[in-house]
Design a protein around this ligand. Sequence first.
Ligand SMILES: NC(=O)C1=CN([C@@H]2O[C@H](COP(=O)(O)OP(=O)(O)OC[C@H]3O[C@@H](n4cnc5c(N)ncnc54)[C@H](OP(=O)(O)O)[C@@H]3O)[C@@H](O)[C@H]2O)C=CC1
Ligand SMILES: O=C(CO)[C@H](O)[C@H](O)COP(=O)(O)O
Length: 475
Amino acid sequence: MSERIADIGVLGLGTMGANLALNMAEKGFKVAVNNRTVEKGYALRDENGEIGQNIVPTDSIEDFLSRLKAPRLVLFMVPAGPIVDEEMQRIMPLLSPGDIIIDAGNADFNDTLRRSRLVEETPFHFVGMGVSGGELGARHGPSMMVGGARETYASLQPILEPISAKYEGEPCVAWLGPDGAGHFVKTIHNGIEYADMQMIAEIYGILRDGLGLAAGEMADIFADWNTRGLSSYLVEITAVTLAEKDSDTGKPMVDVILDEAGQKGTGRWSVIESQKLGVGATTIEAAVSARSVSSRKAERELTESLYSSVASAKAEFHGDKDGLNELEAALETAKIIAYAQGFAVLTAASAEHSWNLPLGEIARIWRAGCIIRSQFLDDITKAYDGAEPPANLLHAPEFVARVSAGESALRRVVAKAALAGIAVPALAAALSYFDDYRRGRGTTNLTQAQRDLFGAHTFHRTDKDGVFHHQWPAV
Ligand SMILES: NC(=O)C1=CN([C@@H]2O[C@H](COP(=O)(O)OP(=O)(O)OC[C@H]3O[C@@H](n4cnc5c(N)ncnc54)[C@H](OP(=O)(O)O)[C@@H]3O)[C@@H](O)[C@H]2O)C=CC1
Ligand SMILES: O=C(CO)[C@H](O)[C@H](O)COP(=O)(O)O
């Protein structure tokens, strides 16, 4: 019989699983690993020197589980969806009371809720944990968002804290709430990630198509912006990707990459959930839709040929200091609005599911390790940690000041892009949301009148309490 020596088991040794296992091994934990392609476990042990000595490869699921100390911690890092269910069905008959299954992949939180309920009927425990940071984050310190029973988290904390990213010494991992809370927060993290990336791509579009700059010149601009308010991992990698050359052609790498964005589902889930909760996360929606439109390249090319006669005004953008400052301020302002939308979805979900999500803690664990990490998240942490946490980030005094200072830049950039025919769907959505959200009297009084006319849906009045129906003229 094999010795039960491993502190944790990692099932799935793709990009994330292999690197997470190495991260744990490096921190001194013995990690049993199992993978559909069995050889990957042996390679992980044999190709990683001393760290590899803490990796315990296994040939079968029985062997894998037999190497784990009790209670067993079994961490899944496999693609979202039915594979997680299949793997759960495979291991559950072999578990013992108290064992813990951790789904550390991305997951639709509705699946996590269902799996949590399923496992509640057993003597085992289930944790849905979002992990962010990509390959390098998994290897050297990701940000981790944990959902499940708080007591279960206590069993994981001694491993998760050492392997997590640190922001000024603080671990970027936290228990955020029961059942689906961790995966929900990760989903919204990714929705914000989509918005951030799309808005950066739109500014890139203005620099390329409005100002005619080359990739190398744009790399310098983003690198410069990364030294100030926009300082973030995504702006940093934007500069890196723009500076990279293709070895085959000598051209900038971005110029030889097809403009069709992939998506694995988290952005879409974040939009679906925001709509279910009745929160307008319009910037995130625009970003997800932009990826969908991008993937229809042949259709776009046809449309381009059909509308070749459409004349756009000359782009009024300027590449001088003032012009670039305007673009920087526009991106910064739209970014605040996008994050406010993401946090508004979290606020609504917290109430809907009685999760009591710690918004300040969420911002805190996003400051390092994850894909949206940035200095800006420290400002959000402070806003939520203050004496009076805002109901919406756009109400926090710090952000009122910043958005008030930057909104005219955003307005000018969106207006100039519209006139020049440069697509900026996410920046425009951020601006429109801001203008809609900041007016005390909107225009849906007309919508209510129409609904009442055609369907007797009733309305409220401005001057008296109660529910009213009007006898509209027959149309
Ligand atoms: N890549 C990233 O940047 C991030 C990914 N994630 C999430 O982490 C999870 C894993 O992603 P990632 O590591 O990138 O994925 P990979 O595609 O690199 O790896 C997938 C892993 O799952 C295994 N696998 C695939 N299909 C099956 C199956 N039918 N049965 C059993 N095992 C299977 C693969 O085994 P085999 O080796 O045999 O193919 C491999 O070990 C996903 O949920 C992803 O969304 C989260 C954060 C960041
Ligand atoms: O979760 C992640 C980062 O936080 C993954 O990188 C995710 O795969 C990104 O999403 P998509 O593939 O849809 O762009």
